[in-house]
Design a protein around this ligand. Sequence first.
Ligand code: FAD
Length: 282
Amino acid sequence: MHPAPFAYRVAHTIEEALELLRTHEDAKILAGGQSLVPALKLRLTSPAMLIDISRIPGLGGISRENGTLHIGATATHRQVEKSAVVQEATPVLAAIGHHVADVQVRHRGTFGGSLVHADPAADWPAGALAADATMVIAGPDGKREVHSSEFFTGMLTTVVGPGEMLVEVRLPANGTPGVYRKHANAASGFAVVGVAATATQHDGHVGHVTIGVTGATGTAFRATAAEKSLEGAAIEPGALDHAASLAAEGLDCLSDIHAPAAYRQNLVKVLVRRALSDLLHV
Ligand SMILES: Cc1cc2nc3c(=O)[nH]c(=O)nc-3n(C[C@H](O)[C@H](O)[C@H](O)COP(=O)(O)OP(=O)(O)OC[C@H]3O[C@@H](n4cnc5c(N)ncnc54)[C@H](O)[C@@H]3O)c2cc1C
Protein backbone atom coordinates (compact mmCIF):
# COMPACT_ATOMS: atom_id res chain seq x y z
CA MET A 1 0.00 0.00 0.00
CA HIS A 2 1.01 3.63 -0.40
CA PRO A 3 0.98 6.09 2.50
CA ALA A 4 -1.61 8.86 2.57
CA PRO A 5 -0.12 12.15 1.31
CA PHE A 6 1.98 14.08 3.85
CA ALA A 7 4.23 17.12 3.96
CA TYR A 8 7.93 16.47 4.64
CA ARG A 9 10.24 18.87 6.47
CA VAL A 10 13.88 18.44 7.45
CA ALA A 11 14.72 19.94 10.84
CA HIS A 12 18.27 21.27 11.17
CA THR A 13 18.15 21.91 14.90
CA ILE A 14 16.22 20.57 17.89
CA GLU A 15 14.59 24.00 18.24
CA GLU A 16 13.39 23.88 14.63
CA ALA A 17 11.92 20.40 15.14
CA LEU A 18 10.12 21.57 18.31
CA GLU A 19 8.81 24.66 16.53
CA LEU A 20 7.45 22.52 13.69
CA LEU A 21 5.79 20.24 16.25
CA ARG A 22 4.29 23.29 17.98
CA THR A 23 2.90 24.82 14.81
CA HIS A 24 1.68 21.62 13.15
CA GLU A 25 -0.62 19.68 15.43
CA ASP A 26 -0.81 16.62 13.20
CA ALA A 27 2.94 16.25 12.68
CA LYS A 28 5.12 13.27 13.56
CA ILE A 29 8.86 12.93 14.09
CA LEU A 30 10.64 10.77 11.52
CA ALA A 31 13.97 9.29 12.68
CA GLY A 32 15.15 6.12 10.90
CA GLY A 33 11.70 5.31 9.54
CA GLN A 34 12.04 1.59 10.27
CA SER A 35 8.80 1.45 12.24
CA LEU A 36 7.06 4.61 11.06
CA VAL A 37 7.35 4.02 7.31
CA PRO A 38 5.78 0.53 7.45
CA ALA A 39 3.01 2.00 9.64
CA LEU A 40 2.44 4.78 7.07
CA LYS A 41 2.31 2.29 4.23
CA LEU A 42 -0.25 0.21 6.09
CA ARG A 43 -2.11 3.45 6.89
CA LEU A 44 -2.03 2.61 10.58
CA THR A 45 -1.08 6.27 10.97
CA SER A 46 -1.55 9.16 8.56
CA PRO A 47 0.12 12.33 9.91
CA ALA A 48 -0.18 15.49 7.86
CA MET A 49 3.55 16.19 8.22
CA LEU A 50 6.76 14.28 8.89
CA ILE A 51 9.58 16.15 10.62
CA ASP A 52 12.86 14.46 9.73
CA ILE A 53 15.29 14.74 12.67
CA SER A 54 17.91 12.38 11.25
CA ARG A 55 20.04 15.23 9.90
CA ILE A 56 20.27 17.35 13.04
CA PRO A 57 24.02 17.72 13.62
CA GLY A 58 25.20 16.13 16.86
CA LEU A 59 21.86 14.53 17.74
CA GLY A 60 23.29 11.06 17.12
CA GLY A 61 26.54 11.48 19.05
CA ILE A 62 27.88 8.89 21.50
CA SER A 63 30.26 10.09 24.22
CA ARG A 64 31.42 9.35 27.75
CA GLU A 65 31.91 12.17 30.25
CA ASN A 66 32.40 12.13 34.01
CA GLY A 67 31.05 8.61 34.49
CA THR A 68 28.05 9.04 32.20
CA LEU A 69 27.48 7.56 28.75
CA HIS A 70 25.53 9.90 26.47
CA ILE A 71 23.74 8.39 23.46
CA GLY A 72 22.04 10.87 21.15
CA ALA A 73 18.51 9.98 20.05
CA THR A 74 19.43 9.50 16.39
CA ALA A 75 22.44 7.25 16.96
CA THR A 76 21.67 4.25 14.78
CA HIS A 77 21.37 0.75 16.18
CA ARG A 78 24.57 -0.07 14.30
CA GLN A 79 26.48 2.87 15.80
CA VAL A 80 25.49 1.77 19.30
CA GLU A 81 26.31 -1.85 18.49
CA LYS A 82 29.78 -1.03 17.17
CA SER A 83 30.75 1.75 19.59
CA ALA A 84 33.90 0.95 21.59
CA VAL A 85 32.75 3.53 24.15
CA VAL A 86 29.45 1.66 24.67
CA GLN A 87 31.24 -1.68 24.90
CA GLU A 88 33.48 -0.39 27.69
CA ALA A 89 30.98 1.80 29.52
CA THR A 90 27.75 -0.23 29.33
CA PRO A 91 28.37 -3.87 28.35
CA VAL A 92 24.68 -4.78 28.60
CA LEU A 93 23.85 -2.46 25.68
CA ALA A 94 26.78 -3.81 23.69
CA ALA A 95 25.38 -7.30 24.23
CA ILE A 96 22.05 -6.29 22.69
CA GLY A 97 23.14 -4.47 19.52
CA HIS A 98 23.48 -7.42 17.15
CA HIS A 99 20.09 -8.81 18.25
CA VAL A 100 18.21 -5.84 16.79
CA ALA A 101 16.76 -6.69 13.36
CA ASP A 102 19.23 -7.18 10.48
CA VAL A 103 22.25 -5.15 9.43
CA GLN A 104 20.36 -3.02 6.89
CA VAL A 105 17.71 -2.06 9.44
CA ARG A 106 20.40 -1.42 12.06
CA HIS A 107 22.06 1.09 9.75
CA ARG A 108 18.84 3.14 9.42
CA GLY A 109 16.85 2.63 12.62
CA THR A 110 17.76 4.70 15.66
CA PHE A 111 18.25 3.93 19.33
CA GLY A 112 15.93 6.78 20.33
CA GLY A 113 13.30 5.83 17.76
CA SER A 114 13.12 2.31 19.11
CA LEU A 115 12.72 3.55 22.69
CA VAL A 116 9.99 6.08 21.83
CA HIS A 117 8.18 3.62 19.57
CA ALA A 118 8.06 1.25 22.58
CA ASP A 119 7.16 -1.85 20.63
CA PRO A 120 6.51 -4.50 23.31
CA ALA A 121 8.82 -6.87 21.39
CA ALA A 122 11.71 -4.41 20.90
CA ASP A 123 15.13 -5.20 22.31
CA TRP A 124 16.56 -1.85 23.46
CA PRO A 125 13.91 -1.16 26.14
CA ALA A 126 15.15 -4.16 28.14
CA GLY A 127 18.71 -2.82 27.89
CA ALA A 128 17.76 0.73 28.79
CA LEU A 129 15.96 -0.55 31.89
CA ALA A 130 18.78 -2.87 32.94
CA ALA A 131 21.37 -0.15 32.35
CA ASP A 132 19.46 2.31 34.58
CA ALA A 133 19.06 4.75 31.70
CA THR A 134 17.65 8.24 32.03
CA MET A 135 15.84 9.73 29.05
CA VAL A 136 16.24 13.42 28.22
CA ILE A 137 13.10 14.82 26.59
CA ALA A 138 12.95 18.25 24.96
CA GLY A 139 9.70 20.18 24.73
CA PRO A 140 8.28 23.69 24.57
CA ASP A 141 9.24 24.35 28.22
CA GLY A 142 12.82 23.09 27.94
CA LYS A 143 14.29 19.71 28.81
CA ARG A 144 13.16 17.17 31.38
CA GLU A 145 14.72 13.91 32.55
CA VAL A 146 12.75 10.72 33.09
CA HIS A 147 14.20 7.51 34.50
CA SER A 148 13.73 4.49 32.25
CA SER A 149 11.56 2.75 34.88
CA GLU A 150 8.98 5.52 34.38
CA PHE A 151 9.48 6.07 30.65
CA PHE A 152 7.46 3.17 29.17
CA THR A 153 3.80 3.57 30.06
CA GLY A 154 2.11 0.92 27.91
CA MET A 155 2.07 -0.78 24.55
CA LEU A 156 3.62 1.64 22.00
CA THR A 157 3.34 4.40 24.59
CA THR A 158 5.85 6.42 26.59
CA VAL A 159 5.84 9.62 28.61
CA VAL A 160 6.99 11.58 25.53
CA GLY A 161 4.03 13.88 24.93
CA PRO A 162 2.75 15.77 21.90
CA GLY A 163 5.15 18.59 21.13
CA GLU A 164 8.08 16.75 22.74
CA MET A 165 10.97 14.70 21.41
CA LEU A 166 13.54 12.40 22.94
CA VAL A 167 16.97 13.97 22.48
CA GLU A 168 19.36 11.89 24.54
CA VAL A 169 19.75 8.84 26.73
CA ARG A 170 22.14 8.99 29.71
CA LEU A 171 23.50 5.85 31.32
CA PRO A 172 25.89 5.16 34.17
CA ALA A 173 29.22 4.38 32.49
CA ASN A 174 30.38 1.99 35.18
CA GLY A 175 31.35 -0.99 33.03
CA THR A 176 29.12 -3.35 35.05
CA PRO A 177 29.04 -6.75 33.34
CA GLY A 178 25.82 -7.29 31.41
CA VAL A 179 24.21 -9.91 29.17
CA TYR A 180 21.15 -10.25 26.93
CA ARG A 181 19.27 -13.50 26.39
CA LYS A 182 16.55 -13.49 23.74
CA HIS A 183 14.10 -15.97 22.32
CA ALA A 184 13.56 -14.47 18.88
CA ASN A 185 10.54 -14.89 16.67
CA ALA A 186 11.84 -17.12 13.89
CA ALA A 187 10.18 -15.05 11.15
CA SER A 188 10.63 -11.44 12.29
CA GLY A 189 13.57 -11.63 14.68
CA PHE A 190 11.68 -9.55 17.25
CA ALA A 191 11.82 -10.72 20.86
CA VAL A 192 9.16 -13.20 21.95
CA VAL A 193 10.89 -12.56 25.27
CA GLY A 194 14.23 -10.83 25.87
CA VAL A 195 16.06 -10.44 29.18
CA ALA A 196 18.86 -7.96 29.80
CA ALA A 197 20.69 -8.24 33.10
CA THR A 198 23.65 -6.72 34.91
CA ALA A 199 25.29 -7.82 38.14
CA THR A 200 28.24 -7.10 40.36
CA GLN A 201 29.63 -9.66 42.81
CA HIS A 202 31.95 -9.68 45.82
CA ASP A 203 33.41 -12.64 47.76
CA GLY A 204 30.90 -15.17 46.47
CA HIS A 205 27.93 -12.87 47.03
CA VAL A 206 25.76 -10.95 44.59
CA GLY A 207 26.16 -7.18 44.69
CA HIS A 208 23.83 -4.91 42.68
CA VAL A 209 21.58 -6.64 40.12
CA THR A 210 19.31 -5.22 37.43
CA ILE A 211 16.95 -7.22 35.20
CA GLY A 212 15.04 -5.69 32.27
CA VAL A 213 12.43 -7.81 30.47
CA THR A 214 10.88 -7.19 27.05
CA GLY A 215 8.40 -9.10 24.90
CA ALA A 216 6.51 -10.76 27.74
CA THR A 217 3.92 -8.10 28.55
CA GLY A 218 2.53 -4.98 26.90
CA THR A 219 5.49 -2.93 28.03
CA ALA A 220 9.08 -3.66 29.05
CA PHE A 221 9.66 -3.76 32.82
CA ARG A 222 12.24 -4.20 35.58
CA ALA A 223 11.93 -7.50 37.47
CA THR A 224 12.33 -5.76 40.82
CA ALA A 225 11.27 -8.64 43.10
CA ALA A 226 13.88 -10.88 41.48
CA GLU A 227 16.52 -8.16 41.77
CA LYS A 228 15.81 -7.62 45.47
CA SER A 229 15.93 -11.34 46.24
CA LEU A 230 19.45 -11.55 44.84
CA GLU A 231 21.08 -8.49 46.39
CA GLY A 232 23.61 -9.74 48.94
CA ALA A 233 22.66 -13.40 48.41
CA ALA A 234 25.27 -16.14 48.23
CA ILE A 235 25.92 -17.09 44.61
CA GLU A 236 24.43 -20.56 44.44
CA PRO A 237 21.95 -22.22 42.06
CA GLY A 238 19.00 -22.08 44.47
CA ALA A 239 19.19 -18.28 44.74
CA LEU A 240 19.20 -17.93 40.96
CA ASP A 241 16.28 -20.37 40.58
CA HIS A 242 14.30 -18.43 43.16
CA ALA A 243 15.00 -15.09 41.46
CA ALA A 244 13.97 -16.50 38.06
CA SER A 245 10.67 -17.75 39.52
CA LEU A 246 10.02 -14.35 41.09
CA ALA A 247 10.65 -12.61 37.75
CA ALA A 248 7.87 -14.64 36.12
CA GLU A 249 5.45 -14.61 39.06
CA GLY A 250 2.09 -12.90 38.51
CA LEU A 251 2.88 -11.55 35.05
CA ASP A 252 -0.01 -10.61 32.79
CA CYS A 253 1.69 -11.93 29.66
CA LEU A 254 0.75 -11.26 26.05
CA SER A 255 -0.92 -14.03 24.11
CA ASP A 256 -0.85 -13.96 20.30
CA ILE A 257 -0.14 -16.08 17.24
CA HIS A 258 3.56 -16.12 18.16
CA ALA A 259 3.21 -17.51 21.68
CA PRO A 260 0.51 -18.06 24.30
CA ALA A 261 0.78 -16.25 27.64
CA ALA A 262 1.88 -19.32 29.60
CA TYR A 263 4.72 -19.94 27.14
CA ARG A 264 5.94 -16.35 27.47
CA GLN A 265 5.73 -16.55 31.25
CA ASN A 266 7.85 -19.68 31.27
CA LEU A 267 10.31 -18.03 28.87
CA VAL A 268 10.78 -15.18 31.36
CA LYS A 269 11.76 -17.69 34.02
CA VAL A 270 14.07 -19.62 31.71
CA LEU A 271 15.78 -16.59 30.20
CA VAL A 272 16.24 -14.78 33.53
CA ARG A 273 17.86 -17.94 34.89
CA ARG A 274 20.14 -18.20 31.85
CA ALA A 275 21.09 -14.54 31.98
CA LEU A 276 21.96 -14.83 35.68
CA SER A 277 23.97 -18.00 35.03
CA ASP A 278 25.93 -16.22 32.33
CA LEU A 279 26.67 -13.34 34.67
CA LEU A 280 27.36 -15.21 37.90
CA HIS A 281 28.74 -18.45 36.45
CA VAL A 282 26.56 -20.95 38.31
C1 FAD B 1 12.51 -5.85 9.09
C2 FAD B 1 12.55 -5.22 10.46
C3 FAD B 1 12.95 -5.97 11.53
C4 FAD B 1 13.02 -5.42 12.80
N1 FAD B 1 13.44 -6.20 13.83
C5 FAD B 1 13.58 -5.65 15.06
C6 FAD B 1 14.09 -6.43 16.16
O1 FAD B 1 14.44 -7.61 16.03
N2 FAD B 1 14.19 -5.83 17.36
C7 FAD B 1 13.81 -4.51 17.56
O2 FAD B 1 13.94 -4.02 18.67
N3 FAD B 1 13.34 -3.74 16.55
C8 FAD B 1 13.22 -4.28 15.31
N4 FAD B 1 12.75 -3.50 14.28
C9 FAD B 1 12.31 -2.10 14.56
C10 FAD B 1 13.41 -1.14 14.18
O3 FAD B 1 14.54 -1.38 14.91
C11 FAD B 1 13.09 0.39 14.27
O4 FAD B 1 14.24 0.99 13.85
C12 FAD B 1 12.75 1.03 15.58
O5 FAD B 1 11.66 0.45 16.18
C13 FAD B 1 12.34 2.50 15.38
O6 FAD B 1 13.41 3.38 15.21
P1 FAD B 1 13.42 4.41 13.96
O7 FAD B 1 14.55 5.34 14.15
O8 FAD B 1 13.38 3.65 12.72
O9 FAD B 1 12.08 5.24 14.24
P2 FAD B 1 10.93 5.72 13.23
O10 FAD B 1 10.38 4.57 12.50
O11 FAD B 1 11.41 6.88 12.43
O12 FAD B 1 9.87 6.26 14.32
C14 FAD B 1 9.16 5.36 15.15
C15 FAD B 1 8.24 6.15 16.07
O13 FAD B 1 8.99 6.86 17.05
C16 FAD B 1 8.80 8.29 16.90
N5 FAD B 1 10.14 8.87 17.11
C17 FAD B 1 11.31 8.46 16.55
N6 FAD B 1 12.34 9.14 17.08
C18 FAD B 1 11.81 10.01 17.99
C19 FAD B 1 12.38 10.98 18.88
N7 FAD B 1 13.70 11.17 18.97
N8 FAD B 1 11.54 11.67 19.69
C20 FAD B 1 10.19 11.49 19.62
N9 FAD B 1 9.59 10.58 18.80
C21 FAD B 1 10.41 9.85 18.01
C22 FAD B 1 8.22 8.49 15.51
O14 FAD B 1 7.42 9.64 15.45
C23 FAD B 1 7.41 7.21 15.34
O15 FAD B 1 6.18 7.34 16.01
C24 FAD B 1 12.67 -4.04 12.99
C25 FAD B 1 12.27 -3.27 11.90
C26 FAD B 1 12.21 -3.85 10.63
C27 FAD B 1 11.79 -2.98 9.48
